[in-house]
Write a protein that binds this ligand. Structure first.
Ligand code: 26M
Length: 819
């Protein structure tokens, strides 16, 4: 028993009950009779964990014994969502567990509700990382996800008088049954100090880094189960601790308070997730976070994961580090430093290796979202890395000059180090130069990346650039979030679609089957009722019944244009109020918003306040009762998304064309049978191509039209003056009609629309209103709408993150990865 493989517990409700009671009694130290729901949750989560353990250990053993090339996914964020249901589904234990809990008088739903989701990400980028590691486990690809174990994840959003107030996310305070701390695998990370030259024993001139201070990184392991396939990969999140030597020294000097301060200082590094997702501010602690997790990850991989005495020349055969945006790009000079300073390699050889070990995914097109780090800061925090970056840049610019003689403007444009408006390291340039491949996250985005964001680089390295369109995991976002639809799908196309989403195409013919359409509507109805029940207890919101459910959920950002959605809502309201249309003639609609604003993003917070003000007025007005309602549940997160998205009829994807790199919510809605109203932006383009124009509501300017309007000079106040309806709507808002007669509370919002409107909401207004009128009419034709909804599901199988992973394997990660 002691020498053999780990034996999993018996897969039966008796077996599970035994594990559960053991964990409750011996783990939590309580009897069932005296246990709290939290005790029960922790015990059952640990019991579920037992069933994954044998597979986890076996997967690790297999990977050690057959060393294939591994993917090291480097991401500062993983927006995982709740773990319990995911684990139950991966092990196919829902029924067993439900039965066992029933014996104890415990409901599984109560247990599910106990879990605080790990919100270790801001939005799309972090959720994408979570989908990707799910898919890699399901495809049995060797992958370790590396990241940061923030003590506080994305803030909890509350509303006070309709304005956003952030509350710290204390996700760890009731205990976390899903993590495995490994303090014995701690890693030291250095910061600060200076560098010096010296001559080694062989008479070679070398550099060494004399750091000024250091911290420890303690890894916490999380299981990443594949879907019912016996594979369990690892997510390794790093947590900062004070160095023992550090505080011991101070302790010995008798200064207890100083020792504690030093500890606090070190542990600050992984204290909190930065809640900005589009305008990174060059904050010192943020760079510390980035270097911290990347240094831990590289050292852990080289010293602990590779076999001892591994010849590092062969590193590119063993690992590809995928850089999730520029946040982990400091890994590039770190690997150079390890190879040159620690392992004694020559520059050219080290660079050749480094260039094969990294690939870079870009997630933006907004210029202000591109990370730059002030040279002064990098030099102070990471002096050796700054030298290496200069070394890389010098050699790179030499190549540019060779390829484009006399073109000094180009050299300046391409330089990894910018001079203006301040001296700083351009992380995207570093990533592009160092990466073997550079990809965008949807076809349009990848094209704009090549043509607009990094054209000089695309010209110099045409083969580097590629596209991988994002995807989402069908396990969480269809199977788990939408059991009613899942059952229908399984009946129609048979089992197994969760792992081969292209099989959804088998639903095509069912769109013509009236009986199936009725069942499909019933599933949607069941999901709406689930949502109603949730919002009632979660937010005290009472959703009207029988409405078109129109949903816009995503981070609050001007480019995403929640403002345009709001103009539509006010347009509907105004047209009923003014008597222009009779209330009984409008298609009843409930609009749901969900959005967090970055705490320092003023206009975003103003928009939230205005949405809440408009919602309050509309919901209280008997003139529109039963016809129009607006709900804005606070704290939109993965957990809420799982109930909201399956209930939606209409998916709002209305960013200004050319601004949304991909979007992934758009895919989740389509897969759950909502129709999209959207611009030709990001992955909307591909969604529309796949589902067909008849099943997608396109509106607004295309990206080239946006560019042309910019070039010709856009004057939003002119659009306002020329469109009487728009004028009435904006005037109504500006009058204070939604803000207790106070125009002062809306002037920032209104003035920006009229005199700035960077993302051209007014330019797309009329087109948006027109398409929404078509939507009202289309929704009234129930059978046709259902047919379109079914076709959306049938044709959206492409957007599985499993497909994305196949594309990464084919286009980026190269041969040697087992499949
Ligand atoms: C950077 C520095 C300092 C603090 C925070 C950041 C930062 C964090 C997250 C910057 C950007 C972050 O995320 C951006 C993001 O989520 N981008 C989205 O990525 C999705 C996945 O590819 C796309 O679908 C979305 O279109 C894109 O907006």
């Amino acid at each position: 028993l002691a020498r053999g493989p780990v034996v999993p517990p018996t897969r039966s409700s008796e077996g599970f009950l035994r594990e559960f009671l053991r964990e409750l009694q011996y783990g939590q130290g309580v009897t069932l009779a005296r246990s709290s729901p939290n005790d029960q949750y922790l015990a059952m989560a640990r019991a579920v964990r037992h069933y994954l353990m044998a597979d986890w250990l076996e997967t690790a053993r297999r990977r050690r014994e057959h060393p294939a090339k591994m993917v090291g996914y480097l991401s500062a964020e993983y927006l995982l969502g709740r773990q319990l249901d995911n684990a139950l589904l991966a092990t196919d234990m829902v029924d067993i567990v439900q039965e066992a809990l029933a014996e104890c008088g415990i409901s599984l739903d109560t247990m599910r509700a106990q879990e605080v989701e790990p919100g270790l990400g801001n939005g799309g980028l972090g959720r994408l990382a979570a989908c990707f590691i799910d898919s890699l486990a399901t495809l049995d690809v060797s992958c370790v996800g590396y990241g940061i174990r923030y003590e506080y994840g994305i803030f909890r959003q509350t509303f006070v008088d309709g304005r956003q107030v952030e509350v710290p996310d204390t996700w760890l305070s009731f205990g976390n049954p899903w993590e495995f701390p490994h303090p014995e695998r701690e890693v030291e990370v250095n910061f600060g100090g200076h560098t010096e030259q010296y001559t080694d024993e062989d008479g070679r001139e070398r550099t060494r880094w004399i750091p000024g201070w250091n911290v420890l990184g303690v890894p916490y392991h999380y299981m990443v189960p594949g879907y019912q396939n016996g594979v369990v990969n690892t997510l390794r999140l790093w947590s900062a601790r004070a160095t023992h030597a550090f505080d011991l020294q101070i302790f010995n000097s008798g200064d207890y308070a100083e020792a504690v301060r030093a500890q606090t200082f070190a542990e600050n590094i992984t204290k909190v997730l930065y809640p900005e997702d589009s305008t990174p501010q060059g904050r010192e602690l943020r760079l510390q976070q980035q270097y911290f997790f990347v240094a831990c990850s590289l050292k852990d991989y080289i010293d602990q994961t590779l076999p001892p005495d591994f010849d590092l020349k062969r590193l590119p055969d063993q690992i590809i580090f995928q850089l999730n945006d520029t946040h982990p790009v400091i890994a590039v000079p770190e690997l150079m430093r390890l190879l040159i300073d620690d392992k004694g390699m020559e520059w050219d050889e080290a660079w050749e290796i480094t260039q094969k070990c990294f690939a870079y995914t870009c997630h933006t097109l907004l210029p202000e979202a591109l990370e730059v780090w002030p040279v002064e800061l990098v030099g102070r925090l990471l002096p050796r890395h700054l030298e290496i970056i200069y070394g890389i840049n010098e050699r790179f610019l030499e190549q540019v000059r060779e390829a484009f003689p006399g073109d000094e403007l180009r050299v300046r444009r391409m330089s990894i180090v910018q001079d203006h408006p301040f001296r700083a390291v351009r992380m995207a340039h570093l990533a592009t130069v160092a990466g073997a491949k550079v990809n965008g996250v949807a076809e349009l985005h990848s094209q704009l990346l090549r043509d607009k964001l990094l054209p000089d680089f695309a010209q110099m390295y045409p083969d580097k650039f590629t596209n991988v369109t994002n995807g989402v995991t069908p396990r969480r976002f269809v199977r788990q979030a939408n059991p009613a639809l899942s059952e229908l799908i399984s009946e129609a196309v048979g089992p197994g679609w969760e792992r081969d989403l292209s099989r959804l195409s088998g639903l095509e013919s069912f769109a013509e089957d009236p009986e199936f359409r009725e069942q499909f509507r019933q599933a949607k109805q069941a999901n709406k009722e689930r949502l109603r029940a949730l919002l009632l207890v979660r937010d005290g919101v009472e959703l009207p019944e029988g409405h078109l459910l129109d949903v816009m959920v995503k981070r609050l950002h001007e480019y995403k244009r929640q403002s345009l959605k709001l103009l539509h809502v006010v347009t509907l309201y105004e047209s009923i109020r003014s008597g222009e249309v009779a209330a009984e003639d409008v298609t009843p609609r409930t609009v749901i918003f969900g959005a967090k604003a970055a705490p320092g993003y003023h206009m975003a917070k103003e928009t939230i306040a205005l949405i809440n003000a408009v919602a309050k007025t509309i919901n209280a007005d008997p003139a529109v009762k039963g016809r129009l309602a607006v709900a804005f549940p606070a704290n939109y997160n993965v957990t809420l998304a799982e109930t909201l998205i399956p209930a939606a009829d209409l998916s709002e994807q209305i960013s200004l064309a050319g601004m949304e790199a991909s979007g992934t919510g758009n895919m989740k809605f389509a897969l759950n049978g909502a129709l999209t109203v959207g611009t030709d932006d990001g992955a909307n383009v591909e969604i529309r191509q796949l589902v067909g124009d008849d099943n997608f509501f396109l509106f607004g300017m295309s990206e080239p039209e946006v560019a042309a309007l910019h070039a010709s000079g856009y004057v939003p106040s002119q659009v306002y003056a020329d469109n009487p309806r728009l004028k009435r709507v904006i005037d109504l808002i500006a009058s204070g009609a939604f803000t207790d007669g106070d125009p002062g509370r809306v002037s920032a919002f209104v003035d920006d629309l009229l005199y700035n409107d960077r993302f051209m909401a007014l330019a797309d207004y009329q087109s948006y209103i027109d398409v929404q009128e078509r939507i009202d009419a289309a929704y009234a034709d129930t059978e046709a709408w259902t047919r379109s909804a079914i076709l959306n599901v049938a044709r959206a199988g492409f957007f599985s993150s499993d497909r994305s992973m196949h594309d990464y394997l084919d286009r980026i990660w190269g041969a040697g990865i087992r499949l």
